[in-house]
Design a protein around this ligand. Structure first.
Ligand code: FNR
Length: 190
């Protein structure tokens, strides 16, 4: 069976570069044979984590939706912005809420991390920070990550990469990730 891959662009901004990069990665994953499920970050909105609210009301709907999506898929691709050299508080808050679900929805899932930034470094420092909680929660985060620098010129109007060599790199990375995710899913026998 094909690898099932969830794709998330983790920004609420309407013209988000990360959402656009996630859309490109989703198209690439589909051409490599994955069954792709994209999710809007706005559909995963959760309040600031409050463990009193957790005890009284349980895990909020946005995190449950994210948990269900992860549980129903073999792997995930997240394109996430770097905020102040780290992972955005909005995404970390969602991960923290999701970590209250048992069993952990991230466990055994393959993950590929991308970032897009207006800056020269492309957001890779944020991805190093994002790896930590995901790996702590049992995800197999792919060793290679893809930061896209100068996103406003690197992305074309139709959400592709202007530089063909860079496009080729991302396509090969997504292809390798889809293949690995499929192999792991077959081994898990699900
Ligand atoms: C940023 N930005 C940013 N960029 C970067 O490369 N390194 C950084 O540390 C930061 N820090 C940062 C903090 C905050 C609070 C904001 C709002 C922005 C710029 C960021 O890369 C840019 O706004 C991107 O456009 C954000 O991604 P989306 O929303 O376009 O996907």
């Amino acid at each position: 069976r094909p690898a099932r891959v969830a794709v998330l662009g983790a920004s609420l901004r309407k013209q988000s570069f990360n959402v656009r990069l996630a859309a490109l990665a989703a198209r690439m994953a589909a051409t490599h044979g994955a069954e792709v499920r994209t999710v809007g970050f706005g559909d995963l909105t959760v309040p600031p984590l409050d463990t009193d609210a957790l005890e009284t009301d349980g895990v909020p709907e946005g995190a449950r939706r994210f948990g269900d999506l992860l549980t129903e898929t073999d792997g995930f691709i997240i394109a996430a912005p770097e905020y102040n050299y780290s992972v955005s508080g909005v995404l970390k808050n969602l991960i923290d809420w999701t970590s209250r679900i048992r069993p952990w929805p991230f466990t055994g899932r393959n993950g590929l991390l991308l970032s897009a930034s207006t800056g020269a470094v492309g957001g890779v420092r944020g991805l190093w920070a994002l790896r930590v909680p995901l790996e702590g929660l049992g995800a197999h985060v792919y060793p290679d990550m893809f930061p896209l620098a100068y996103a406003e010129t690197a992305l074309t109007a139709d959400d592709d990469l202007a530089d063909s060599a860079l496009r080729e790199r991302l396509d090969r990375l997504v292809g390798a990730f889809v293949d690995l995710t499929r192999t792991h899913a077959l081994r898990r026998n699900v």
